[in-house]
Write a protein that binds this ligand. Structure first.
Ligand code: ZN
Length: 338
């Protein structure tokens, strides 16, 4: 089979790789229906994460089950499945508490930009749809496997509830899905921070009521202006840089909450500032598995359409172009189909 391999910053190649095999009775092999490039893949692509040796890429997937190991009874060959970027047995204490992305047997997916993928912990990780969904749903189901699940978690971590004012820091795919989540969870006012016109438009389509184009202290000041000088109830931090985190923490009102899902890179939090802010803070890799059945249902009933974040669709063999387009911000998110 063929798949993406990163050799060095800026150097992603589509090349021949070994076919994945069942290595453990809890594994499954899926044939990829769609995969994509994640904003977090760009950290390595931009040289901000070390690449010790060439390695496969990709952690988002929907597919058709090809083969299952002896312990897998929850899905069977031929079914269309959605899974999370963090695999989970769904039976350990952390999974039972709803924190599947901290599963004691967790393995992060990292080989999904390929024709076939091995899914560890398939029994607890994969969720099958009742039927093969119409192709029009595929982008949104793919979004659910990571960016929509992560945006959903950001909104829950920021404790968005009915009537809340929510601020979304970051206009990448996760931030835009965070707008959808805030809307679905009942936020009345949704302030999206974005300087890019097409992304602002999509944010509005997803439910944003206000757009703030300023950044840093000016951005914080603008949010305060829009919230009677107090700050927002809930802030979703969907970037992972020190600037974005500072902006998020300072945009929340005393007693408000920040959910942070951008993978932090050199983010340091000032203990005293946090102490005196009275702001609650929770983040981490989203326990997407907890939300999958609900989010799949919202997609298939037409309530949400997070697949709109894919503004570029390419054949999988052009995966390198997907990275480049996202790196240059020509595309929000690239969908890849074998
Ligand atoms: Zn577990």
């Amino acid at each position: 089979m063929r798949g993406a391999v990163i050799h060095a910053p800026g150097d992603v190649r589509f090349e021949e790789r070994d076919d994945p095999k069942i290595l453990h009775p809890a594994d499954a092999i899926i044939r990829t229906v769609a995969t994509c490039v994640c904003g977090s893949d760009l950290w390595a692509y931009r040289g901000l994460e070390p690449i010790d040796q060439p390695h496969p890429m990709g952690h988002e997937y929907v597919g058709i089950v090809e083969e299952v190991g002896g312990e897998v009874t929850s899905v069977r060959p031929g079914q269309f499945v959605v899974g999370s970027f963090a695999t989970s047995d769904n039976t350990c204490p952390n999974c039972l508490n709803g924190w599947q992305s901290s599963c004691l047997n967790r393995e992060f997916m990292s080989t999904c930009q390929a024709d076939y993928v091995r899914i560890p912990n398939a029994q607890g990780t994969l969720v099958a749809t009742d039927d093969h969904p119409d192709g029009a749903f595929v982008p949104s189901l793919l979004a659910v496997s990571d960016v929509m699940g992560t945006g959903w978690y950001a909104a829950l971590a920021a404790e968005v509830g009915p009537g809340a004012t929510a601020v979304i820091v970051g206009d990448g795919a996760v931030g835009l899905c965070g707008v959808i989540a805030a809307k679905e969870l009942g936020a009345e006012r949704i302030i999206a921070m974005s300087r890019h016109e097409p992304r602002q438009q999509l944010a509005r389509e997803f439910g944003a009521t206000d757009i703030v184009t300023e950044r840093g202290e000016e951005g914080v000041a603008r949010v305060k202006e829009l919230t009677n000088g107090i700050g927002a109830d809930s802030v979703l931090e969907c970037v992972g840089t020190p600037e974005a985190m500072r902006q998020a923490l300072r945009s929340a009102r005393p007693g408000g909450n920040v959910g942070f899902v951008g993978v932090p890179h050199e983010v340091a939090i000032d203990g005293q500032e946090l102490f005196f802010s009275h702001v609650g803070l929770r983040g981490g890799p989203a326990p997407v598995r907890r939300f999958l059945p609900d989010l799949i249902d919202r997609v298939l009933t037409g309530r949400i359409d997070p697949g709109k974040v894919f503004d570029l669709a390419l054949p999988l063999e052009q995966v390198a172009e997907g990275y480049q387009a996202m790196d240059e911000r020509r595309a929000i998110k690239a969908l890849l189909k074998p």
